[in-house]
Design a protein around this ligand. Sequence first.
Ligand code: N01
Length: 552
Amino acid sequence: MSTVASAESSTQGNVGKQTRGQPEVDFDAIVIGAGFGGLRMLHELRELGMSARVIEAASDVGGTWYYNRYPGARTDSEAWVYAFSFSKEIQDTWDWSERYPGQAEARAYLQYVADFCDMRRDIQFDTRVRSARYDEQTKTWRVDTSDGRTHTCSYLVTATGPLSTPYKPDFPGIDDFAGEWYLTGNWPKEPVSFTGKRVAVIGTGATAVQAIPLIAQTAAEVTVFQRTPNYVLPARNAPLTDYEREAYRANYDTIWEKTRRHFFAFDFEAAGRNVADVDEAERRRILERYWETGTFRFLFETFDDIFTDEQANEVVAEFVREKIRAIVEDPATAELLCPKDHPLGAKRPPLGHFYYETYNRDNVQLISVRDNPITAISRDGVMVGETEYPADIIVFATGFDAVTGTLKQMDIRGRGGVSLNEHWAAGPQTYLGICSDGFPNLFMVGGPQSPFANIPVVIDGCVEWIGRALGHLRDGRHRTIEPTPQAVAAWRDHMDDLVNQTVLPRAAGSWFMGGNIPGKPRVVLFYFGGAGAYRDECNAAADRGFEGFSIS
Ligand code: N01
């Protein structure tokens, strides 16, 4: 394990200098974004002795934890694996207070890391990357930023996160709404008071599932507009004790090794059995046990065929529906909350903190907009056809233009001036989810076609691989790396093969497939072969001399 000591070496720009026979550039690398991905990448670049500038639109580090300040925002990963593994010192000195850290704590952790490693001197805040153009003559990137400046670099790394461009449906009438409205993915810094207010919440994804129980505690009324019910699994949050903190610190080597091998990058074990291997009584005992345990262990440590066998999936899905019917007192509301149109896990299941229990409150009502969609926002509330639901506050918990949205907002142009937008018009084109053909020396951390899994661990693998590629270029005195179109096409086919071995394609509207954004190409946006297998594939390509890449 590396330490942060070597990070003490300065990575100030090379302005006016020519380094290692390369053309004059301001920085070896420019990294876009100062969330988990950007900070981890900056550390890697320092380890390589490269100069770097991180450009961040927000006023501080944090990424998703900077913007998502909505009530109830917290991680769905357990604290000790929602962290960096590169520094034992950070592991030993940072104390997580809860099993699932809240937004403020997750953000404070990233601030702590940035300060511990003295990273801020290499981060330019309050600045947006407007465009980036690859110059074929000099084999460098020119990056234009919102402060009117242009920076040059040899390597451009995007670390913009898969869920960073919030999506708000374009309902007519919003401009005339007399109350307040908020978008969960861009929540104000000042606290929002719901006390005594009539609140409309649109959406029932992971964000709304976290926000609704808290909003309901102070609001006069909460009206939830649900288009698709989700399978909400109990989180079972709790404060962490000193004993627990000592235990995970003492076992970190094993924990990280497990996360690196696990399908979704958690420190979970495989169940070692399928649904059909046990009789009904044993099945129920296992499901009850993991329902009480909380976390996604319910999906991964109960049975191994939940994601691959529709019948097995349905058995477990029905168990969840039984739980919903048992918790929610009004049978009609319970039935509306029961997902029936997609298998369990085909859309990302949220973790709930008394989510279903919240529907037993007198001040909460659920409106299904599946068959009768929201048609407009009126001056006084939300219109569903001719029916008006009065509201003082509307909360849009309507998700993100996931994975590709933020990348496509920047005008990134590769060889021949071709834009990433044009190149990706029918969906992302990458090899390993890290590089795209026609875009030399562009790297993506947590980019499209990399795994959907516990993100810090995915980021770690991507960044290690990028570090390896940069080291290879430097050691071999090479200037550029770029995947071949053949490798990119094969990777896309591989994404389809992998997802088709699972139940995931059965959820038409999933943001995993671009299905939540009108007009977005419906293609699988992630590698669904498992985070461990992904690492192996990436490393194998590197071991074979960066097979699938042109290096010049
Ligand atoms: O977004 P979503 P999210 N009319 O897309 C509904 C991560 N996350 O922000 O399902 C009515 O899941 C939409 O309906 P439908 C996590 O990976 C992580 O909640 O498309 N409704 C859906 O109910 C998660 O999966 C954490 O039919 C409309 C909702 O809006 C991802 O972020 C916490 C509508 C959007 O749900 C996204 O979650 C929170 C319309 N016109 C989130 N348009 C943690 O780990 C959309 N909807 C802590």
